[in-house]
Design a protein around this ligand. Structure first.
Ligand code: GLY
Length: 324
């Protein structure tokens, strides 16, 4: 995804870091490309909306050396929530602003507030989902949630939306030659979510955690599974104890598997029926991408170093796929 430009997210971030720019500013410049891309339905402008058809965005960022952090959740009307998260970090005494308060803050900081962040594509996809459920019945809340989830999964199976866009998120972490490590996570969250639902992405310790002396970890995938164990924090703590990024990430995935016992969340093999992925880097620049499932070559993460940008295969914890 380059939004019509020459450079991808990781190439932009790497170029900024090599120029000597602040690492976090470089990473955010990278994710801004995808947030602003109308063709990408996982984050920012044109991200898949909530159940009411409203795009609500979440993001957080952490600066390792400065030991600062900021986040926004359920933010409407601003295409680049990662920049608002950074403004929370830079200009407030707080770590997280949500909903209308976050939007008012963004307006006061000079961000453009738009009525609607849907593109024609995200609106059409929402309409398709809406047609598949019958909100008039409202049955009991559980059945309605199941119906909504089922309709979303059917759309994935029919190739109308990408599986990764259902919980679509970007996490981008980086380190420079001084060992300055930073990270940012940005998302439009779970497609067709209950309005106000916030996943892991803007929550420090869940969607992202950075310790300037150790490294960074961030996630994509089913936010609820990650929130339950604050897995990015866990991963950084595992690295503090000397674990390699891959082993630290795998430990978090094992915890998620162990904590997943509700039948509705299990496939017919008794394993989680969703995916979660972690992207992990330490201060030395060693990195890993791990995933509950990584069934084929399309399960990759992007890396950019002095040798250029490339995809690396995600290491999977479990055989097969989430569907069974
Ligand atoms: N990981 C993104 C979300 O669950 O909202």
């Amino acid at each position: 995804m380059k939004n019509g430009g020459d450079l991808s997210c990781v190439e932009t971030a790497f170029e900024g870091i090599m120029r000597g720019d602040d690492v976090l500013e470089s990473l955010i410049a990278g994710v801004n490309i995808v947030e602003l891309d109308p063709e990408d339905t996982s984050v920012g402008y044109g991200g898949l909306p909530n159940a009411d058809g409203v795009v609500q965005l979440d993001s957080c960022c952490m600066h390792g050396p400065k030991k600062q952090a900021g986040g926004v959740a359920s933010l409407e009307g601003v295409r680049t929530p990662s920049l608002v998260a950074k403004a929370v970090m830079d200009y407030t005494d707080h770590h997280l602003l949500v909903g209308p308060g976050a939007q008012r803050f963004a307006r006061n900081m000079g961000f453009d507030i738009e009525d609607d962040l849907n593109t024609e594509r995200s609106r059409q996809q929402w309409l398709d989902w809406k047609r598949r459920i019958d909100p008039e019945h409202y049955l009991d809340p559980h059945k309605r949630t199941d119906a909504g989830h089922q309709a979303g999964m059917d759309m994935v199976r029919e190739g109308l939306i990408r599986e990764e866009d259902y919980y679509g998120t970007i996490n981008c972490n980086g380190v420079n030659a001084n060992g300055d490590v930073c990270g940012v996570t940005t998302t439009s969250g779970l497609a067709w979510k209950i309005p106000g639902r916030v996943g892991d992405s803007p929550i420090l310790g869940a969607g992202l955690y950075v310790d300037g002396e150790i490294g960074a970890a961030g996630s994509t995938g089913r936010g609820e599974a990650n929130l339950f164990g604050l897995c990015s924090y866990l991963i950084v703590e595992e690295m503090r104890r000397g674990q390699h990024p891959k082993d630290a990430g795998m430990e978090a995935l094992r915890r998620i598997r162990k904590a997943t016992i509700e039948t509705r969340l299990l496939n017919d093999r008794g394993l989680p029926n969703f995916n979660v992925k972690f992207y992990v880097i330490n201060r030395r620049g060693e990195h890993a991408g791990v995933s509950l499932y990584s069934p084929d070559d399309s399960y990759v993460y992007s890396v950019c170093t002095e040798h250029g940008a490339r995809h690396e295969r995600l290491d999977g914890l479990l055989e097969g796929s989430a569907s069974g």
